[in-house]
Design a protein around this ligand. Structure first.
Ligand code: PEP
Length: 258
């Protein structure tokens, strides 16, 4: 039996509001007539300014919208901040938390990321938390230690909302380099093991995605691994044709039932 794959397109700081809306329209057309949302769940994360416009275009389809980040709290003196409640109001039902670019450029650490996940749940959003080692950590053989460390605080409290964990080796993001699917499978099994140890009743509710230079050609290799439930996709999600090709690959190839 085939499981349901989850594909999340992270558009980062790309596309205007109009460009994002156009991209959503093109993708809807490209998926028409063949995409089965029961087999592949699709989520798009446009820039925050485009969430409402993209959400309006996707209304009535099975494609959901995500924020790329949120701040803590609901409202208050936080210039430039966007809360989970504002994301939800704009139409998002998902939010990416702790992307390596935010860890690197905005000094987000595991404590803040854990608080952001709680804020996401309070706002009714599914949280997608990114974890993964840097190239230096990989070269030191520290991948497993880093992944367990990044999960530690996150899994310490109770599970109170939707949680997806994206394993994204930092060195693979935007680089065109990818780990072997079997290496991803090993890490995905470790993540599932940690989740199952902390929340035995919820192990199967927490999907593990792979992210880092995914495209329509290599996606199937990752989805064929047990424990890998989908992908978080950056660059390749910016072209509607490539996104549609990834949905097709996911529909045909995975993920394997656990
Ligand atoms: C990402 O930034 O989450 C990502 C996976 O990017 P890319 O697919 O471009 O490597």
């Amino acid at each position: 039996m085939q499981g349901r794959a989850l594909l999340i397109g992270n558009w980062k700081m790309n596309k205007t509001v109009e460009g994002s809306a156009g991209h959503a329209r093109t993708l809807i057309r490209a998926l028409e007539d063949w995409w089965d949302p029961k087999l592949v769940q699709v989520v798009l994360a446009p820039t925050a300014l485009a969430i409402a416009a993209v959400g309006r275009i996707l209304a009535g389809t099975d494609i959901a919208v995500a924020g790329q980040n949120l701040e803590l709290g609901t409202e208050g003196a936080l210039t430039g901040g966007i809360s989970g409640y504002l994301l939800y109001e704009a139409g998002a039902r998902w939010v990416i938390v702790g992307h390596s670019e935010r860890r690197q450029h905005f000094a987000e650490d595991d404590a803040l990321i854990t608080e952001k996940v709680k804020a996401a749940w309070q706002a009714g959003l599914n949280a997608v938390v990114c974890i993964g080692e840097t190239e230096a950590e990989r070269n030191q053989g520290a991948t497993e230690r880093v992944v367990r460390q990044q999960l530690n605080l996150l899994l310490a409290g109770p599970l109170k909302g939707g949680l997806t964990i994206a394993y994204e080796p930092v060195w693979a993001i935007g680089s065109g380099r990818v780990p072997e699917p079997e290496e991803v499978a090993e890490i995905a099994a470790i993540i599932h093991g940690e989740v199952g140890a902390r929340w035995p009743e919820a192990e199967n509710r927490v999907a593990v995605l792979y992210g880092g230079s995914v495209n329509a050609k290599n996606l199937g290799g990752f989805l064929n691994q047990a424990d890998v439930g989908g992908a978080l996709i950056g660059g390749a999600s910016l072209a509607a044709g490539e996104m549609a090709a990834m949905v097709r690959a996911a529909q045909q190839e995975g993920p394997r039932a656990r």
